[in-house]
Structures are given as structure tokens and as C-alpha cells.
Design a protein. Structure first.
Length: 254
């Protein structure tokens, strides 16, 4: 049941919120009292998450948007402002990759596609939302990074565009923390390790999960809720003086 909580009275935009970690963040924010714009490219999935939030007594708005396009981002912000009149929190949860390949076999269009999805989308959303937050002299921006952005391994070495884009996202985070700090805006990142999303559970059997977990010092894989809880901390009053950091949620792997 949604009620008064750590985010009561605040409005949040969560991109990539129709599944996985983004969905967990949207649901967690709603349970803590925030009004949540559930943004995704799949309208049916975004509507499902928004409906679950409202069924529990929360306030949600499902929005279909391609956040790699400036026009869609501006329309997204306009819709949220029309509904709630403000934006307190932005979570850039959109991201992903398509192919694994060594650098000699990465097509140019694949590089452009992944960099756009993981990095340009965050830039466009921050640019649009920062205008609102700067005027109000407060706000929270949280970028969802990846373990691969700071500690490449055999998998991310063969997924170069994804690792490069997530590494650049961390630089963007640190830079904007300094640029936007004087306006009362914090900018942070949360970088999950390999996460047991529903999609991963469908692909990996129990033996594969056990092997992946054994690599981590804590001998486990993280769940979407683990990252959602970290994002909640940064968005809440407890995180008001934390900015420019990358919070790893990865069961200890380096």
C-alpha cells in the first residue's frame, strides 16, 4: 500500500521503467510516496506498471517515449509538468546492448546505436529536466550505470560500445554534479553488477546462475530491488549531501 514515505510529495521521472531495474525503481518510489512518470518504449508494459502503482493507491503516469530523440524527451517533460507541475527526481534507467564482438568486428552503426541509447538519452533527459530543477533550486538526478563502465572484464571487453558508454556516463555524472550543485541539484550514479532480472532468469538455468554468483565475493547475484534501494537512498533526504558519486551494487566484484 502506498502512503506517506521518504519521497512523499515529490514527482519522479523514471526512464526504462517498464521492466527490470527501472520497474523496481518506479515501484519503490511509488511505495515511498512519490508520483511517478513511468517512461518506456513499450506502451503496454508502461501502462501495466503504472496501473499496478495506482491499484496500490499511488499516482502514476505511463508515457511512451524514445528518449534518444529530443522531441520525445521534450514531450515527456511537458506531459509531466502538465500533470503534476514539477519534477523533483530524474532516473535515467534506459540502456542496453545488442551484440558481443571484438573491436575489429564492431560495425559503425552498432557503435552509434549503443552510445546513443546509453549516453545520449541521459544527456537529453538531463538537459530538459535540469531547466525545471535549476529554476526551483533543487532536484535529484540518478544515472543507472553498469559495473562494466568502471571495471571491464572478459564479457565487457567484448562489449566495447556498452562499456564505453557506461564509462562516459560516469564522467557525465561527475561533471554535472559540479555544474548543477550550486542550484541545489545532486547528480549521482548507481552501477549494478549482473542482475537477476526476469529476462535473465528466463535465459539462465540454475547452474549458470550459480557459476556467475561464484565469481562475486559475496557469492550471490544482485536483484533489481537492490539497485532500487540504492537509488531510493540517493533520491531521499538521507542522500541530500551526496553528489558526484558512483554507488556500485555488484556483490563486491571489482
Amino acid at each position: 500500500m502506498v502512503g506517506a514515505g521518504r519521497l512523499s510529495g515529490r514527482t519522479a521521472i523514471v526512464t526504462g521503467a517498464s521492466a527490470g531495474i527501472g520497474e523496481a525503481i518506479a515501484m519503490t518510489f511509488a511505495r515511498e510516496g512519490a508520483a511517478v512518470a513511468v517512461v518506456g518504449r513499450n506502451p503496454a508494459q508502461a501502462e501495466r506498471v503504472a496501473a499496478e502503482i495506482e491499484a496500490a493507491g499511488g499516482s502514476a503516469l505511463a508515457l511512451q517515449a524514445d528518449v534518444t530523440r529530443a522531441g520525445d524527451v521534450e514531450a515527456m517533460v511537458e506531459a509531466v509538468m502538465k500533470r503534476w507541475g514539477t519534477i523533483d527526481i530524474l532516473v535515467n534507467g534506459v540502456g542496453g546492448w545488442v551484440k558481443l564482438a571484438p573491436v575489429t568486428e564492431i560495425p559503425e552503426d552498432e557503435w552509434d546505436r549503443v552510445i546513443t541509447l546509453n549516453l545520449k538519452s541521459a544527456f537529453l533527459c538531463i538537459r530538459a529536466v535540469a531547466r525545471v530543477m535549476m529554476e526551483r533550486k533543487k532536484g535529484r538526478i540518478i544515472n543507472i550505470g553498469s559495473q562494466s563502465g568502471s571495471a571491464p572484464n572478459l564479457v565487457t571487453d567484448s562489449n566495447l560500445p556498452y562499456a564505453a558508454s557506461k564509462g562516459a556516463l560516469l564522467v557525465l555524472t561527475r561533471h554535472l554534479a559540479k555544474q548543477l550543485g550550486p542550484y541545489g541539484i545532486t547528480v549521482n550514479a548507481v552501477s549494478p553488477g549482473t542482475t537477476l532480472t526476469e529476462r535473465v532468469k528466463k535465459v539462465w538455468d540454475a547452474e549458470t546462475v550459480a557459476k556467475k554468483a561464484a565469481i562475486n565475493p559475496l557469492k550471490c547475484l544482485v536483484e533489481p530491488q537492490d539497485s532500487a534501494d540504492a537509488v531510493l537512498f540517493l533520491a531521499s533526504d538521507e542522500g541530500r549531501h551526496v553528489t558526484g558519486v558512483n554507488l556500485n551494487v555488484n556483490a563486491g566484484i571489482q
